[in-house]
Write a protein of this length. Sequence first.
Length: 100
Amino acid sequence: MAGSPAFEAVCGELSNAEGMDRWTARGTLQLALMDAGLEASTVSAAQLAIVVERLLPRQLQSHGGVNVEELCTRLQDKLAKLAAADGDASAEAVFARLGT
C-alpha cells in the first residue's frame, strides 16, 4: 500500500536510524498512525508532525539503540520542510482560497 508523500518521507528517514530497516520503520509508523486514527495513504505533513511529536516516541522506545529525541527532532524538521514546499494543498485549503 502506497503512503502519502509525508508518510514515505518519514519512513525513509526512520529506516536510516540505527536498528531500523524499511519494514520496521513502516510498521512502527503505521502503529503510531493507527493510534491516531489516521491512514498512511492520506496523512498530511501537518498531521504527521503531531503524530511524530506525541505518539511516535512511545513506539520508538521499544527499539533499542534509537535516540528517540534526536530522531523525532530530525523527523519534525523534515516534515516542516515538506509542508513548506507543499503549501497547504488540503481540500479545505483549496476551497477556502477559491471562496476569497
